[in-house]
Ligand binder design. Structure first.
Ligand code: NDP
Length: 251
């Protein structure tokens, strides 16, 4: 695991930290002494066991109850935290969903839920924290896009559009807030082993592995290493960038 001393005590919100890539990022941040803020959606028992797990890893952890598509609950929870506990100086917009459907079969409500979660959710969380960012120091925002947002993919038109949208959003935030020392970057993972890719059948996984030069799916730890680098001062001169982490799939 890559470690960065400036992440100690840094207060960082990771959305979708309950499993997969987000959980790995939260654990890795906690192990470096960060204060991890995570959202959860109703399951109080799971939230308290996550808090325990993150704190056991070494950091502090606070769970906030909100869904990224519920603007009111999300702004209320974030406002209360930043006013009463501490300013947030790191954000990982990681919560996301995917649903593979051919364009001809894609329903308007499926498009809405994918765009609302992956793109609008990330935009609204970033906006809700912007006033707080102006008061915080060394702010770094990381948006979890996808290689599919760069290259497109059959059956993933809505997902690809949501992930491509994040890239334009991140570049705009980078330009708008650079003078306030707020950085914004995008990570585009290829195939990473999580619940999202476990849904693929074995044959599909084999076929996909054949088109990855490194010959395998990535691990969540590999994505969290890059995320920690982008959150830390080690990447202080990087903003508005898009980083692929895909085993060479899209060279
Ligand atoms: P998972 O499906 O394993 O986890 C998704 C997380 O997002 C869960 O914690 C889930 O919460 C949370 N979430 C989903 N919708 C919402 C919502 N409306 N409000 C709050 N939280 C929500 O995904 P991965 O770990 O695989 O993916 C993480 C990110 O990385 C996603 O944005 C994904 O698009 C992206 N990505 C993943 C790749 C992969 O190969 N795995 C490849 C490229 C990009 P809950 O537990 O409550 O359901």
């Amino acid at each position: 695991m890559a470690t960065y001393s400036d992440l100690k005590d840094k207060v960082i919100l990771v959305t979708g930290a309950g499993r997969g890539i987000g959980k790995s990022i939260a654990l890795s941040l906690a192990a470096q002494g960060a204060h991890v803020v995570f959202n959860y959606r109703g399951d109080e028992a799971k939230a308290s066991s996550l808090k325990e797990e993150f704190e056991k890893a070494g950091g502090k952890a606070t769970g906030l109850k909100f869904d990224v598509t519920d603007y009111e609950a999300m702004t209320k929870a974030l406002d209360e935290f930043t006013k009463n506990v501490a300013p947030i100086s790191g954000l990982v917009n990681n919560a996301g969903i995917s649903k593979d459907t051919l364009l001809l079969r894609l329903k308007p409500d499926e498009i809405s839920s994918i765009i609302d979660t992956n793109l609008k959710g990330s935009m609204m969380v970033t906006q809700a924290l912007t006033r707080n960012f102006l008061k915080a120091e060394n702010v770094s925002i990381v948006h979890m896009s996808s290689i599919v947002g760069l290259m497109g993919n059959a059956s993933q038109a809505a997902y690809a559009a949501s992930k491509a949208g994040l890239i334009g959003f991140s570049k705009s935030v980078a330009k708008e807030l650079a003078s306030r020392n707020v950085r914004s970057n995008v990570i585009c993972p290829g195939f990473i082993q999580t619940d999202m890719t476990d849904a693929l059948n074995e044959k599909a996984k084999e076929e996909y592995s054949k088109v990855i030069p490194l010959g395998r799916f990535g691990t969540t730890e590999e994505v969290s290493n890059l995320t920690c680098f982008l959150l830390s001062k080690a990447s202080s001169y990087m903003t508005g960038e898009t980083f692929k982490i895909d085993g060479g799939m899209y060279i």
